[in-house]
Design a protein around this ligand. Structure first.
Ligand SMILES: C[S@@+](CC[C@H](N)C(=O)[O-])C[C@H]1O[C@@H](n2cnc3c(N)ncnc32)[C@H](O)[C@@H]1O
Length: 402
């Protein structure tokens, strides 16, 4: 079950020494162990003792995820789970930092050379202000967060995300960490028959993991990847060059997109929205509508809303809000995104939530894909990261400008 996929090496990733690789594999396996062997114990603990204790103390059964949290937090099994989960998260970033530090001068030289190979533009505006919801904390415990600390090194931060997030996802986002992009691309190919966008914008691209599959699917399209974090955009441009893609990268804010009206045929995002805020989301939806051409589509792949799941699952997923520096994780799931899309100008009949099946799963199932063992490992997956739709794919919100 462990190590379903290994990350594909490219020129911008440091080569880990055997010791570093072993520490990184350990953190990945530890996370998998927590998900497959400790997490499933929370349900029985809740039913057998925490809920009963809550009832004795309050005279009523837990009614929602907040009550369940009150019941579970004092329980030693839950405390053990939450602590070891947090430790695994911090360990994983630490396990990558050593190999970056050792190879930083070489990686900086490579970044310049690989950026030069990418014929797409790299646009870094002067005096750009990173929104506070990104700059104020180390999101998901990544040292420096997405945007880094003032004076920090940009190449190092990009590598840290690229390698670290692969371990974070335990390899399940595929060898190039691009499963969300691939899955949405498959969705577009199958569900939007004949749609052939000339200009595509990926908002909150980080290092462009999900962006590159769009260039693969639509090689003639002008593809733009946008993020508020300069370090991620710079690294993403170099990574795309190293992987043989011509894709444009721009530091920019999805709340105020610096492109003209009616410019893009497709605007997408992958796990961007839950990293923003309640004030930012309506602005982002309006901007998507503004920059889209008539007939163009907006697709956001992100966390499924809480109302699609039972209160105990909501409580489990909300642990990210409490213990993984993801302040908007829970609140975002309560936003009425359909209404936000309507308010932004998208006609009601074009707006829907849907499921984009995971490309890795489909690939694993294909006769000429990964080994049978890998296919079984993916399909047996017990982990519910929260990003996944109840149907076993990625949750997408889709709307069309008419
Ligand atoms: C979880 S990451 C996205 C991962 C990426 N889309 C992928 O699929 O690999 C969230 C990204 O959104 C960026 N971000 C947050 N708020 C933003 C905004 N208002 N405009 C553009 N990017 C933003 C963060 O800097 C971060 O890089």
């Amino acid at each position: 079950m462990l190590n379903t996929f290994q990350q594909a090496q490219h020129d911008m990733l440091p080569v880990a020494t055997p010791d570093e690789a072993s520490r990184q594999e350990f953190t990945k396996s530890l996370k998998q162990f927590i998900q497959s062997s400790i997490l499933p114990g929370l349900g029985p603990v809740y039913r057998a003792r925490a809920a009963k204790k809550f009832e004795v103390e309050t005279g009523r059964a837990p009614a929602d995820r907040h009550d369940i949290r009150k019941a579970m937090v004092p329980d030693p099994y839950f405390q053990h789970y939450a602590a070891v989960n947090r430790i695994s998260q911090e360990l994983l970033w630490d396990s990558v930092i050593d190999s970056i530090d050792a190879q930083l001068p070489e990686l900086k030289t490579k970044a310049e050379a690989n950026s030069a190979k990418n014929a797409g533009k790299l646009v870094i505006p002067e005096d750009f202000k990173v929104p506070r919801y990104v700059s104020a904390l180390d999101i998901h415990c990544m040292p420096g967060g997405y945007a880094g600390r003032p004076g920090g090194d940009s190449v190092g931060l990009g590598v840290l995300y690229d390698r670290g997030v692969f371990l974070y996802a335990m390899g399940y986002t595929g060898p190039d960490n691009d499963d969300m992009g691939r899955s949405v691309c498959n969705y577009v190919k199958r569900r939007l028959d004949g749609f052939s966008p000339k200009r595509i914008l990926d908002l909150g691209c980080t290092v462009g993991h999900s962006t590159l599959p769009y260039k693969e699917l639509f090689p003639d399209a002008e593809v733009w990847a946008m993020d508020v974090a300069e370090a991620q955009v710079r690294y993403g441009h170099a990574r795309a060059g190293a992987m043989g893609y011509d894709v444009n990268f721009v530091q920019g804010n999805a709340e105020a997109i610096d492109f003209p009206d009616d410019h893009f045929d497709l605007v997408v995002s992958h796990i961007l929205l839950h990293e923003t805020s309640g004030k930012a989301m309506p602005k982002i939806f309006k901007e998507c509508h503004r920059v889209l051409t008539k007939g163009g589509f907006m697709i956001h792949a992100d966390l499924p809303p809480f109302d699609l799941m039972d209160p105990f699952t909501q409580f489990i997923l909300d642990n990210e809000t409490y213990y993984n520096n993801e302040p908007f994780w829970g609140a975002m799931r309560e936003m009425d995104q359909i209404q936000l899309a309507k308010d932004a100008g998208f006609p009601a009949e074009t707006i829907r939530f849907d499921t984009a099946p995971m490309a890795v799963m489909e690939f694993a199932q294909a006769a000429d894909g990964y080994s049978q063992e890998a296919a079984e490992a993916v399909n047996d997956r017990e982990f519910t990261a929260g990003e996944f739709a109840p149907g076993g794919g990625w949750e997408v919100l889709i709307a069309q400008k008419l």
